[in-house]
Design a protein around this ligand. Sequence first.
Ligand SMILES: [Zn+2]
Length: 219
Amino acid sequence: MKRGPYASRWEPVLAEVDPSHLRAATRLAMSGAVRSRAWDGAGWRAVVERSGTRRAFDVWLPKLADYAGHARDVARWLAMRPDWLAAHYAGEWDESFLDFLSAHQVEVVPTGETAARLRALSTCTCEEMDPLCPHVVAVLLAFIWEADTNPLAAFRLVGIEVDQLLDLVQEETAALASAAGASGRTDVPGDWSLEEWRKDAPVRPLGRMRPIVRPEIRP
Ligand SMILES: [Zn+2]
């Protein structure tokens, strides 16, 4: 399967998965065995069917971080960078967007903690002892592959839905346009509030739940 730039960022995480589980997960995800994904506020519930049997497993995948409260910040980035938004609509990743997300450690791009988080919190009803069983990994792959050709879908992993994000982008774009019109300037207004983001993050057992914003790197 051809991997896009987003899926490539997941290679270090997938390298920590048992190779036989990864192969089985790839088969499951490619055959459409991952069904009925539903967000429960803390993560994703999904059912993974097992081919040739009536058995199915219930999988739960934790959110990678909680950025639901930062949806508007993400929307503002996209309003400032219409090229990033255009790439999304074209079904491809803009490398500078990926680099930007990495630089700010926005965890739609996996970090060094991602594999540990998935291993510690994911659950499955199969008998496998390894938490990164084929079913858990199949659900993860389904999300990754989807986001490879639908970049904003990556934000589902941190609790932001694509439609919600696009609605906010529209609002932020309108706000930018009217601010530029009022001031007669075309540059970005200075209300880019980093203060909220700079506050110490509430640290969960598996690390930071907020992005680290580096003010010198702007959209
Ligand atoms: Zn399983």
